[in-house]
Ligand binder design. Sequence first.
Ligand code: NAD
Length: 354
Amino acid sequence: KDWEQSVQISAHPRSGSHNSVLVTGAAGFVGSHVSAALKRRGDGVVGLDCFNNYYDPSLKRARQKLLAESGVFIIEGDINDSELLKKLFDLVTFTHVMHLAAQAGVRYAMKNPNSYVHSNIAGLVSIFEACKAANPQPAIIWASSSSVYGLNTKVPFSEKDRTDNPASLYAATKKAGEEIAHTYNHIYGLSITGLRFFTVYGPWGRPDMAYFFFTKDILKGKPITVYEGPAHASVARDFTFIDDIVKGCLGSLDSAEKSTGSGGKKTGPAQLRVFNLGNTSPVQVTRLVNILEGLLKVKAKKNVLPLPRNGDVLYTHANISYAMKEFGYKPTTNLEAGLKKFVKWYLDYYSVTS
Ligand code: NAD
């Protein structure tokens, strides 16, 4: 009963013109920022997260604590728990589901392939099923990934480009998710928007990502490994600052149409969209290291190795004109400015003195 009351309070929007949003993966990096931003502007927000230990769960607990202080309650549970989802959807009429829970990372799949199938395929189906059964059905916005472009060499990547060459199991599960989204939209009239995020970074980020563990290792004086491609080509990423991604998430949510199906019956064509959310300016990883060295005032010890064939791609670069046209998406933070904010947060959070 306590649980139910917390959910209802948390889901309650500031006014009738605001939304009630279920955010899965709310204790995660992107999910915690999106939940806070939705709450700040008056939407009701309920989080759902299983707090898995893919990376330091204490970071997820710290994000949960901050969110609780701003009035966002996170239910601890798995997106595959259909009983739990049913209870939740019976309790709250969600206008939108922002589905950000997933097994992220490309290298972890070498040892834990089933975790990707569980969260990114079965979990996605479970969320779509819950939305399909709800009446009215919420509009769904979910995180796909730039990794669906795989080994494409045609850049910048645009939404119409081929996605049939995934370089990792992670990418394959996101690509499968896009196909599954197509099916649920087509058969059940669910309104579904997929967001292909490009290397998101910033405060409260993920410790498994390079900018994060480079910072940690540089400060400790530990050598970092920088990979290069064939003929010494540098690895480059379209690093996108978290605040820009949050704006893209909210913009896509606001421009999402309602589902047209009801009670599982198809009543008309519903919206099915997929957007790149990137920064349109790829930066070489060697440059990322230089910026961090400057901010931390420490010279990095570097090992340069050839890029292993374990899922990483050489280069990512988003064409964002579709998101710009549909909901005015326009990233404004360059890598220097964004990393400055990240480093400030990092030193503060871990109380490190530089
Ligand atoms: P994250 O790992 O910080 O957040 C994901 C959260 O989902 C975690 O808190 C985890 O505990 C939760 N979760 C995982 N499986 C679950 C399950 N079965 N049930 C309930 N909760 C579960 O990752 P993130 O960086 O915040 O990524 C958010 C989304 O964006 C993911 O879908 C990810 O694949 C996608 N994405 C992220 C990036 C990036 O650069 N961060 C890039 C492309 C796509």
